[in-house]
Design a protein around this ligand. Sequence first.
Ligand SMILES: Nc1ncnc2c1ncn2[C@@H]1O[C@H](COP(=O)(O)OP(=O)(O)OP(=O)(O)O)[C@@H](O)[C@H]1O
Ligand SMILES: [Mg+2]
Length: 280
Amino acid sequence: MEDFERRKTILELEDVSVTFPNGMRALKPSSLKFYRGEFAVLLGPSGSGKSTLLRCLNLLQEPTTGRVSSPWISGPASESSARVHRRRIGMVFQQHQLVLSMTALDNVMAGMAGSCGLFRAVFPSDAMRIEALECLDRVGLAGKAMNRASELSGGEQQRVGIARALAQKPDAILADEPVASLDPARASRLMGLFKKICGDSGITAVVSLHQVSLAREFADRIVGLRTGEIVFDAPASELDDSAVLEIYADSAALSGGGTGARRSPAAPREARERELAGAF
Ligand SMILES: Nc1ncnc2c1ncn2[C@@H]1O[C@H](COP(=O)(O)OP(=O)(O)OP(=O)(O)O)[C@@H](O)[C@H]1O
Ligand SMILES: [Mg+2]
């Protein structure tokens, strides 16, 4: 953490909480800073608030209390500062949110609309096409630029989603379960590629994952959430098995929900730790 503390803050939550109109408290008052160039992973059982936290960071979800800040927002976010903030932050979703009838190249160019305006997005210049092609090349898909997104595999579609986020030339990318639909080998390869691209460009990444093993392999820092509360925040090397148990305590994840581990609810602690050690 000390290394991170010395770096420039890109995104900050100050006492941010989210309670939905139905009374569901998805995020308890939470304070977090994300620093330039760090690769942070959010871990936590289903419903623990990972997506809500990511949505707050991108101002897609208005906090019930507290505030979100970045170099582009000071004080309460006006509409124009919120727009700049969102332009500086790319999003990658589990369901990639591509237009399946459009080519990979057109999907990537759609990512430029925020900075170049709608006219240019509809009638792109040659320079934009070249830039979009370069983004596809970075994710190893230049050869499929003219394929419709519907013709691409899940992993390829996800790489187009990353290329689209890169086309925004973002300072940070928020990725919500970007590899959830991929098999373990492809998930690991894509995480490796994503981390390399972010590292090469100095892009801050905040990625939500269900796979503890991937978090351990790729994260610089892991933030663990449980029932809307941050229960772990440390370098990945400090995520030992008891920390995993703390994050997933009493969750379905320990009975196979997302980590692959299985246990009976009454399993003693050592047995649970043995199972988890094997599973991760
Ligand atoms: N619009 C909403 N209205 C009411 N409750 C909501 C809304 N969106 C999310 N929730 C609830 O808030 C809690 C946190 O949801 P969130 O989507 O942030 O969890 P998550 O950690 O991303 O889960 P998952 O791993 O399944 O994606 C959940 O209990 C969810 O049901
Ligand atoms: Mg989620």
